[in-house]
Design a protein around this ligand. Structure first.
Ligand code: S3P
Length: 176
């Protein structure tokens, strides 16, 4: 049985890397945000708008406990998932691997500039505000992410050609 759970900041490539890793290993891929959206027939920004961040975190906590129990999967979490409740300890308690995709703030900012609108926490921020926000919240979140059983640096993955390098790094780290 294989279970690989990816955590990391928004824009670190969890979904892109997760999908390709699952394909390479013949595992089923799940993305927690997509799972929530499918179950509730709503986009994440709508859930934030209707229930507030607190309401979203509650749903996220419950849906994590549903999807993370599946076997032979690669699961990409939302950037905030490990940082609320005992979610990170819960993920580490499952049989399988947890991996923090670590990425520096400059690369995160460049990835996120294009994708601000779909992400309620950074929507409407200017480039400078975005960089500042990333720096501050990454510092707060790092202690949670760092509890993962493995850490793989993905700062090198500054364009799509380099995804395969990250997949190789991950497979080496996990021995899969
Ligand atoms: C969030 C990250 C998002 C999504 C929500 C909140 C966060 O997921 O869950 O917008 O708190 O960092 P991605 O990391 O996939 O963007």
């Amino acid at each position: 049985m294989k279970r690989i759970v990816l955590v990391g900041y928004m824009g670190s490539g969890k979904t892109t890397v997760g999908r390709q890793l699952a394909e390479a290993l013949g595992l089923q891929f799940y993305d927690l945000d997509w799972y929530i959206e499918t179950r509730f027939h709503k986009r994440v920004p709508e859930i934030f708008a209707e229930r507030g961040e607190e309401g979203f975190r509650d749903l996220e906590r419950r849906m994590l406990r549903e999807v993370a129990e599946f076997e032979d999967i690669v699961l990409s979490c939302g950037g905030g998932t490990p940082c609320f409740f005992d979610n990170m300890d819960y993920m580490n308690s499952l049989e399988g691997d947890t991996v923090y995709l670590r990425c520096n703030p400059e690369v995160l900012a460049s990835h996120l500039k294009m994708a601000r609108v779909e992400r309620p926490l950074i929507k409407g921020k200017s480039a400078e505000e975005l960089e500042q926000y990333i720096r501050e919240s990454l510092a707060e979140r790092e202690p949670f992410y760092s509890k993962a059983k493995h850490i793989v640096d993905v700062s090198l993955m500054d364009n799509f050609d380099k995804i395969s390098i990250t997949i190789d790094l991950l497979r080496k780290e996990l021995g899969v």
